[in-house]
Design a binder for this molecule. Structure first.
Ligand code: 5GP
Ligand code: ZN
Length: 114
């Protein structure tokens, strides 16, 4: 049995505010937004984190970035700019072990990240 939270969101077992989906990825609003626009893009295949990427499965990353660009335009944050974040593992403070890209926009970001 797959106990992954994001796999359950993809399967519709846990509700989410969907923005976009296709055969490879699912995009939805983060439940705890850290910016006026904060959404997540996840591959439909379960990949634990960035460490689990390889030449065999990494096509989903390029696909996710293309969709991020399209969604950013559709949500009106493309021109002003935005930040794409991928937290990996313990030090990266990843809390959901299913690869995901945060997209944060609608305000000025700060640097360096905490
Ligand atoms: P991480 O900390 O792993 O980089 O990011 C996980 C993100 O998933 C967090 O920003 C958190 O707010 C979000 N999240 C956790 N549980 C849920 C949920 O049930 N629904 C949605 N939409 N987002 C969630
Ligand atoms: Zn998963």
């Amino acid at each position: 049995m797959n106990d992954c939270l994001f796999c359950k969101i993809i399967a519709g077992e846990i509700p989410s505010k969907k923005i976009y989906e296709d055969e490879k990825c699912y995009a939805f609003y983060d439940i705890s937004p850290q910016a006026p626009v904060h959404f997540l893009v996840i591959p439909k295949t379960h990949i634990k984190d960035a460490n689990a990427l390889s030449a065999e499965n990494a096509d989903v990353v390029a696909h996710a970035y293309v969709k991020i660009a399209e969604i950013a335009k559709s949500l009106g944050i493309a021109e002003g700019g935005y930040r794409i974040v991928n937290n990996c593992g313990k030090n990266g403070q990843q809390t959901v072990p299913h690869l995901h890209f945060h997209v944060l926009g609608g305000r000025m970001m700060t640097w360096p990240p905490g």
